[in-house]
Ligand binder design. Structure first.
Ligand SMILES: Nc1ncnc2c1ncn2[C@@H]1O[C@H](COP(=O)(O)OP(=O)(O)OP(=O)(O)O)[C@@H](O)[C@H]1O
Ligand SMILES: [Mg+2]
Length: 321
């Protein structure tokens, strides 16, 4: 898979995301440990895969392990393997994930969930580049690039004594912090198009377009589950859509609720506040400009006849970006 092609899986128009993609390109050919941070659903695994498939390790395995999903008692033998007789159930030798990923990348997802005793062992492996199977007296070299990820604040985990500081420093050589989707609202329209196409074809409903109101609601919603939640929302919407249009009624109630906000503001009984009305109007115009320009802020600022800087400021003020 070519460099560009893999990064092409990551859809974004956001400046911060472009910087991250450039960094991914640079880091992909190095063995440097990378720590990916970001709320749930922001694309951490996608970035981990891009780091692997864009670099020289792409023909070797990419092995992912969710440290939170494997019982603590099994995690050590999962990672490092074991020899026959190492413990009651060890009826034969087992290769660990570090060995499986030899020459490639091991993605340690939900790293904050790793039990403390295992953190000590992981640190040793990272420093010595050698693993020892559980129950074995000998160790051998592995050449594995480790990428880890967490949706937790690892600094806080360290402060609370749940994560070892030395391991934290070792993993945190290159942190990549993915912005939440609500901090890159310009990505919503392009991701909507992407997921409509991706799932539409698969579900036999190609060419579905969102109605203007639906797009407005999608742009305004805060997306606590980030891109994953948006993807699920579009998939669900494709089941409910009619006549090739993804309308408001195809969206979940939580997403729909945001629409009509400025109407409610200006219709407030008894309120003749020019200030409130002007703010509501301003917000509505910004949303409309972003829709018309598919989220391009530079372009939207031109339509709104304000500076790019002023637009960024207002996006923050109205919690739109
Ligand atoms: N920028 C993007 N472009 C296209 N698809 C994306 C993008 N970001 C995320 N996705 C898609 O959203 C889904 C969630 O992404 P991913 O699994 O990488 O997130 P995550 O941060 O690992 O989530 P979690 O914390 O829930 O494990 C995946 O289906 C992924 O392909
Ligand atoms: Mg993940």
């Amino acid at each position: 898979m070519g460099r560009g092609r893999y990064l092409g899986h990551i859809i974004s128009r956001n400046d911060r995301m472009s910087e991250i993609m450039q960094l991914v390109r640079k880091l992909s050919d190095h063995k440097t440990t990378v720590l990916i941070l970001g709320e749930s659903g922001t694309g951490k695994e996608l970035i981990a895969k891009a780091l692997h498939y864009c670099g020289g390790r792409k023909s070797a395995p990419f092995v992912a392990v969710n440290c939170g999903a494997i019982p603590a008692s099994l995690l050590e033998s999962e990672l490092f393997g074991h020899v026959k007789g190492a413990f009651t159930d060890a009826s034969h030798d087992k290769t660990g994930l570090f060995e499986e990923a030899d020459g490639g990348t091991l993605f340690l997802d939900e790293i904050a969930e790793m039990p403390l005793p295992l953190q000590v062992k992981l640190l040793r492996v990272l420093q010595e580049e050698e693993i020892r199977r559980v129950g074995s007296a000998t160790s051998h070299r592995v050449n594995v690039r480790v990428v880890s990820a967490t949706s937790r604040n690892l600094g806080e985990e360290v402060a609370a004594g749940r994560f070892r500081e030395d391991l934290y420093f070792r993993l945190n050589v290159f942190p990549i912090s993915l912005p939440a989707l609500r901090e890159r609202v310009e990505d919503v329209p392009v991701l909507v198009d992407h997921f409509l196409e991706k799932h539409g074809e698969r579900m036999g409903v190609a060419g579905v377009r969102p109605s203007p109101e639906a797009l407005q609601a999608l742009v305004r919603y805060r997306w606590p589950g980030n891109v994953r939640e948006l993807e699920n929302c579009i998939e669900r919407g494709l089941v409910l859509c009619e006549a090739g249009v993804l309308g408001l009624t195809s969206l979940p109630e939580s997403v729909r609720r945001g629409v009509g906000l400025e109407r409610r503001c200006t219709d407030q009984p008894g309120s003749l506040s020019i200030k409130k009305g002007a703010e509501a109007l301003e917000r509505a115009l910004i949303v409309r400009a972003l829709e018309q320009t598919a989220g391009n802020r530079t372009h939207a600022a031109k339509l709104l006849e304000i500076s790019h800087r002023a637009l960024l400021y207002k996006l923050k003020e109205y919690a739109l970006g």
